[in-house]
Design a protein. Structure first.
Lengths: 355, 78
């Protein structure tokens, strides 16, 4: 009787409900969008829902991530989200995955689930979802926010256009909610659009938002759709995928000073000094940025996530923290220079490298 | 007249949601170059639609009067 009100819709019926029961949906991210999508998919009776997120709940999440209670601050988002969904609907299976989506776990997860829902807050993960969806031939329900505007689309649906057809330029930067600010309502509205696409796809009703980008403006209620076409670029092969992502993830998090100095001519490498500007010895390398660790999180837009970022501090401790921080924001190619500026200075002297 | 609409971070930079521009015989690329200069948009990445359809080859697309051009950057928040 739980699903009576939707079963009496002729578009759903017992048959549609059975389709929902058989479906397996993965929600990537248990933040603002995920918190909107999860309860509605769970309540509607999607048979199995995965929710992947590695974050803990913070007080600043609560104005928009409305499934979490104040008492849960500090707890795992994935586990709290699972508990919420299970108490909402104990008849379905919820899988909490307290991990970050990466190239290694993505393929296995995407092969298991039928539909991937993007509830992430950064562009590199959206490209990863896109590429892994293409490899596993699964649809990708995209949703994203910029302040009071939201975008929604369904990519790679029945061989339709992909995220790369819409946004081929992977090097672009766009602010997330942490940097730009957001109202809880906005992620709620866009999450609802996404959940709606999931249900329509499973039920086979209405028109799926494939080959179209929907933009919704919360301030004006203006809603526009833009048609997109599949571009001619060849899709990623399994080998390309592994080459693109695995290489980056296999790199160790630390590099020696002399190895780092071999990269000084490399335009694809940025050296990042996370010390305060006054600290000595002063190191000046080409392609170098100086952002103190304490300010790093506020200045992520100064970094190009496509480049390899080699980070140093005085002795190699703060730089490790900086690596962790950048990894959290989905920078893939970051390493800490062991021994920091002290070792760099030594290596420069030993190698007589002219800078 | 041409109509241009701005979204997301692009609208933030232009400080307007859209504007009308007198029609001139331009390719889409030429119009975009002008707008990039006028509003200092070079640091932003965006895709472009004309009359609600995404356009991939901006050089070969010749604008027609009454075209509605939209500058659409990717959003990242969630």
């Amino acid at each position: 009787m739980r699903y009576n009100r939707q079963i009496i819709l002729s578009e759903v019926g017992e048959k549609g409900q059975e389709k929902l029961t058989q479906a397996k949906v993965l929600i990537i991210g248990a933040g603002g969008l995920g918190a909107a999508i999860l309860p509605y998919l769970a309540a509607a009776g999607i048979g199995e829902i995965g929710i992947i997120d590695n974050d803990a709940i913070e007080i600043t999440n609560l104005q928009r991530q409305v499934i979490y209670k104040s008492e849960a601050i500090g707890k795992s988002k994935a586990l709290e989200a699972k508990a919420m969904a299970e108490s909402l609907n104990p008849t379905i299976q919820i899988n909490a995955i307290a991990d970050t989506l990466n190239a290694k776990n993505a393929i296995e997860l995407f092969e298991y689930y039928d539909i991937m829902v993007d509830a992430t807050d950064n562009l590199p993960t959206k490209y990863l979802i896109n590429d892994a969806c293409q490899l596993t031939n699964k649809p990708f329900v995209y949703g994203s926010i910029y302040k009071f505007q939201g975008q929604v689309s369904v990519f790679n649906y029945q061989n339709g256009p992909t995220y790369r057809c819409l946004f081929p330029d992977e090097s672009s930067n766009s602010k997330n909610c942490v940097d730009a600010g957001v109202m809880g309502i906005s992620v709620g509205i866009i999450g609802m659009f996404q959940a709606n696409e999931v249900l329509k796809m499973i039920l086979g009703i209405g028109n799926v938002l494939s080959g179209e980008l929907l933009i919704y403006n919360m301030l004006t209620n203006d809603q526009q759709k833009f048609e997109l076409v599949k571009s001619n670029t060849t899709p990623f092969s399994r080998l390309d995928f592994e080459k693109k992502y695995d290489v980056a993830e296999n790199t160790t998090l630390e590099i020696t000073a002399s190895e780092a100095l071999e990269q000084i001519e490399n335009k694809e490498v940025t050296f990042l000094d996370v010390r305060n500007a006054t600290e000595l010895p002063k190191i000046s390398l080409p392609n170098q940025l100086q952002i103190p660790l304490a300010d790093l999180e506020m200045n992520l837009e100064k970094l190009d996530s496509n480049k390899t970022i080699l980070i140093y501090c005085q002795s190699g401790i703060r730089s490790k923290a900086a690596v962790e921080l950048l990894k959290k924001y989905a920078f893939q190619k970051v390493q800490s220079i062991a021994g920091g500026a002290l070792k760099l200075e030594e290596a420069i002297a030993n190698n007589a490298i002219s800078i | 007249m041409l109509s241009v609409k701005y979204f997301g971070a692009v609208a933030e930079k232009t400080n307007i949601q859209g504007e009308n521009i007198p029609f001139a015989n331009l390719s889409l690329q030429e119009l975009v170059d002008e707008l990039e200069q006028k509003y200092d948009l070079a640091s932003l990445s965006y895709s472009i639609a004309v009359n609600q359809k995404m356009v991939q080859d901006k050089n070969s697309y010749m604008l027609m009067t009454n075209d509605v051009v939209a500058l659409l950057p990717p959003f990242a928040g969630g």
